[in-house]
Design a binder for this molecule. Structure first.
Ligand SMILES: [Cu+2]
Length: 147
């Protein structure tokens, strides 16, 4: 009986390891959405998945925007020209940016599971979008893809 429980526990652990996915987001000077972009800019993942942000061009970083993540979620703040990874621990929408290119709307969106906080993120991201000098509608269009 004890051995059976152990086997079940091991199988469940193995299943959860196999199911956790990994995604790579590139920091680029030019991409499908224009200049200074994260690609893919919208990532649909699950809680427990890991996102790797990789500087395939120089002069970028990736960091969450204060207040634009699920309540209590682990945030990230990558150094310039360095990769940074995060394992998503809360369900919902995460908005992140490249610090030096915030005015050019170099932002991205990750959703873990369901976009449970989407309406709040939309409302609270107005201040961030207000800082964009170019690509003013970029973040709004990304968030609209989560409907
Ligand atoms: Cu950048």
């Amino acid at each position: 009986m004890k051995l059976k429980s152990l086997i079940v526990a091991v199988l469940m652990l193995a299943t959860s390891v196999v199911m956790a996915a990994e995604y790579t987001v590139e920091m680029k000077n030019n991409g499908v959405d224009g200049s200074m972009v994260f690609e893919p800019a919208v990532v649909r993942a699950e809680v427990g998945d890991t996102i790797h942000f990789v500087p395939t061009a120089m002069g970028h970083n990736a960091q969450t925007v204060k207040g634009l993540v699920p309540e209590g979620a682990t945030t990230w703040k990558g150094k310039m020209n360095k990769p940074v990874s995060v394992t998503l621990d809360k369900e919902g929408v995460y908005v992140y940016k490249c610090r030096p290119h915030t005015v050019m709307a170099m932002v991205g969106v990750v959703v873990a599971g369901n976009a449970v906080n989407l309406e709040q993120i939309k409302a609270d991201s107005a201040a961030l979008s207000g800082k964009f000098v170019t690509n003013k509608d970029r973040l709004t269009s990304y968030l609209d893809q989560l409907k």
